[in-house]
Design a protein around this ligand. Structure first.
Ligand code: HEC
Length: 198
């Protein structure tokens, strides 16, 4: 146990409060030494050797991981300025697209499950209001036509890049399918277009 001084320090008084000049408690002092040693270690590792991740590196690392993750899932290249807008040809992804089209995204309520059109235009023919390229299909779905009743993504809940392309792929798969009783072409707004999706 440290010895404590019992006489106050001379000439050391403020507003009637006097101070003793006692030793610091050991636990406190060792804690303090520890922070000094830790601080030196930290300084060397993070600032001299550069082997620790400073915030900037951590950020870069996280961005890299996110990019890898979302590329794997086929999502999220949008912000990188390089969208991978590949149309799926395989049955599984087209089936997923059909599920979205005929499910909670509500596309079928206006375009019909077979794409023949009802409130919205026929999506299986060669006549388009906003264009038949993959870019135009993506833009139509992403932005919707709210003034005509079509919300972005059908029901206004954002879809990932992969789901978006699955829907596009379902539409592409229906091209030229001639469903019965399609919505008539509206020549005032729909233009015939060469189908330019490979
Ligand atoms: C509430 C009805 C409604 C829903 C739901 C809806 N659409 Fe539409 N859609 C429309 C209407 C109406 C238009 C025509 C817009 C115009 O006249 O400019 C349209 C246009 C489009 C076009 C452009 C067609 C063209 O000729 O250029 C595409 C593609 C499309 N919709 C796909 C979808 C998909 C995919 C979904 C689901 C994610 C969906 N729509 C949900 C009503 C709807």
């Amino acid at each position: 146990m440290a010895k404590y001084q019992e006489t106050p320090m001379e000439n050391h008084e403020a507003d009637g409060i006097k101070e003793f000049d006692n030793n610091l408690p050991r636990w406190w002092l060792y804690g303090f030494y520890f922070t000094i040693i830790f601080g030196i270690g930290y300084l060397v590792q993070y600032h001299f050797m550069g082997s620790g991740n400073v915030m900037r590196d951590e950020y870069a690392q996280e961005v890299k991981e996110a990019e890898a993750k979302y590329k794997l899932a086929g999502v999220g290249a949008a912000n990188a300025g390089a969208r991978t807008m590949a149309v799926f040809k395989d049955a599984a992804n087209i089936a997923e697209g059909k599920k979205l089209f005929t499910g909670a995204n509500l596309c079928y309520t206006c375009h019909r499950e077979d794409g023949g059109g009802l409130v919205g235009p026929n999506l299986t023919d060669d006549y388009w209001i906003h264009g038949s390229s993959v870019d135009s299909l993506v833009a139509s779905i992403e932005h919707g036509y709210p003034e005509k009743g079509m919300l972005p993504y059908g029901n206004n809940s954002k879809l990932g890049e992969k789901e978006l392309m699955q829907i596009v792929s379902y539409i592409v798969s229906m091209h030229g399918s001639n469903p019965p009783n399609p919505k008539p072409i509206d020549p005032a707004v729909e233009k015939q277009e060469a189908w330019n999706v490979q």
